[in-house]
Design a protein around this ligand. Structure first.
Ligand code: NAG
Ligand code: NAG
Length: 445
């Protein structure tokens, strides 16, 4: 009996185990399916996030200067969208669109208010709509290093945010700038409360806000203002959270100088920018301040500066071109602030360099729209050569001449160019002149 009973028990047990195995099998299969679905979605999201960096065919327009807030800006830009699209810009960097203490937008307070000196929320939405229709992306200026408080808190400073969305206390402000948070993970922007990104609640709120900027307001790209102010690892977290299509950071510090002026070797300068890009998990590009600093000296008859000791371009573009956003001037370096301006009589040589070279070139609003139609049209011609010859951020480059008064190079084996007083033209009948002007010429195959 015992035996039978045992046998029966065994039998029952086997049935139970069989059932269990079947259920387990179903569960495993179901689990596997869900996991692989999640992974596919993640990979797709990732591919989308990286696609723009990968494709490398961006041409950016910085769509404002330091005075733009005085000129009904969203409406002004909306009128220019057809020309911006026709010229071949893929993205326009707009000034900070949120409510700010200063009219230029760089002292934000209420991050969820789109009422700024550039225009109302309604006009901004209308501009974004128009850009979308014209397939030009909008780049949001992300100012999250600092934030102006609404009421006085710890130490009598305006470091509390009562009465507005993201109503943080002094614990969201770094101790370096009078708050009750941790020390800053970067440099201080003096005179105002700097946000403590090491606080989990702060990062959660910022990611929520960035998602709103990306998905509800409808900006596709981000530009991180004063990226030296907080660790690059937080930028990585923000990009992974909000998934913009393209990002660029403003990591701006001084080039290396000696008694005679700018050093020939700026490797440590470009290395610091590259370290920042690396810190973002390689997800963000950075403005190539190294190239700007060197190029604006080179055009004054020192073109030897444009070839480094390895024979490469001397800026970030020479080392990591797919992450180097090149430019001549911005609202700080040029415009009415003119902190570090590009020599105005050499603008076209500068654009010939950045628009034919690897990297991701940016054209400054003032040069394109305020310096006269001839300059606008000459820049468009250079952009056309870039687009039609398929030059992109990773195109190959061979530097041929880097003399005091002459620089020449072949890019992507399909474009060659020269800048400077010296005369030069390519050998070989296959080259035809694509465009030229004072001290510059570009040929194509
Ligand atoms: C928008 O901003 C302007 C100027 O800063 C201000 O006068 C106006 O009251 C604001 N409107 C809203 C709805 O916040
Ligand atoms: C920052 O401060 C909080 C407490 O306010 C603490 O829990 C956290 O570990 C600190 N983080 C860092 C990175 O120091």
């Amino acid at each position: 009996m015992g035996y039978t009973s045992n046998g029966s028990d065994e039998n029952n047990q086997q049935t139970d185990i069989g059932m269990l195995m079947l259920l387990l099998g179903k569960f495993v299969a179901w689990f596997y399916m869900v996991v692989s679905l999640i992974m596919t979605v993640m990979v797709l999201a990732w591919v989308r996030l990286g696609a723009v960096l990968h494709n490398g065919r961006e041409i950016l327009l910085q769509g404002f200067n330091w005075e733009s807030h005085k000129h009904d800006w969203w409406r002004n830009l909306e009128r220019k969208v057809p020309d911006i699209a026709k010229s071949g810009f893929t993205s326009v960097w707009l000034p900070p669109a949120t409510h700010s203490f200063s009219p230029e937008g760089y002292l934000p307070q209420n991050l969820y208010s789109l009422n700024s000196s550039y225009g109302s929320e309604h006009l901004l939405k209308s501009l974004l709509q128009k850009m979308k229709q014209s397939k030009v992306r909008a780049m949001a200026d992300i100012v999250i290093n600092h934030r102006i408080g609404t009421v006085q808190g710890h130490g009598g400073k305006y470091n509390r945010y009562d009465g507005i969305p993201l109503a943080w206390s002094e614990h969201a402000v770094t101790s370096c700038t009078g708050g009750l948070g941790n020390r800053s993970t970067g440099d201080n922007f003096h005179g105002v409360p700097n946000i403590d990104h090491s606080q989990h609640f702060v990062r959660k709120d910022i990611i929520g806000w960035l998602k709103w900027v990306r998905n509800t307001v409808g900006f596709q790209d981000f530009r991180f203002d004063f990226a030296r102010g907080y660790s690059a690892k937080y930028v990585k977290e923000y990009i992974e959270g909000a998934k913009p299509m393209f990002c660029v950071g403003e990591y701006w510090d001084s080039c290396n100088y000696n008694g005679q002026g700018l050093d020939y070797n700026q490797d440590s300068h470009r290395q610091r920018i590259i370290n920042w890009i690396d810190g973002t998990g390689q997800l963000s590009a950075a403005f190539d301040f190294t190239t700007k600093g060197i190029l604006q000296e080179a055009v004054k008859g020192q073109f030897w500066r444009l070839r480094d000791s390895q024979g490469k371009p001397p800026g970030v573009m020479g080392w990591w071109p797919s992450r180097a956003v090149t430019f001549l001037d911005n609202h700080d370096t040029g415009s009415t602030q003119a902190h570090w301006p590009f020599p105005s009589n050499h603008i076209m040589e500068g654009y010939t360099y950045i628009l034919t070279h690897p990297g991701i070139p940016t054209v400054f609003y003032d040069h394109f729209y305020d310096w006269g139609d001839p300059i606008h049209d000459q820049i468009v011609k250079l952009m056309n050569v870039r687009r039609h010859q398929g030059i992109h951020s990773r195109s190959s480059i061979k530097i041929l001449e880097a003399q005091p008064n002459l620089y020449s190079a072949i890019i992507g084996e399909k474009v060659c160019m020269k800048i400077g007083d010296g005369s030069w033209c390519p050998a070989g009948k296959e080259w035809t002149l694509a465009t030229s002007g004072h001290r510059y010429a570009v040929w194509q195959k």
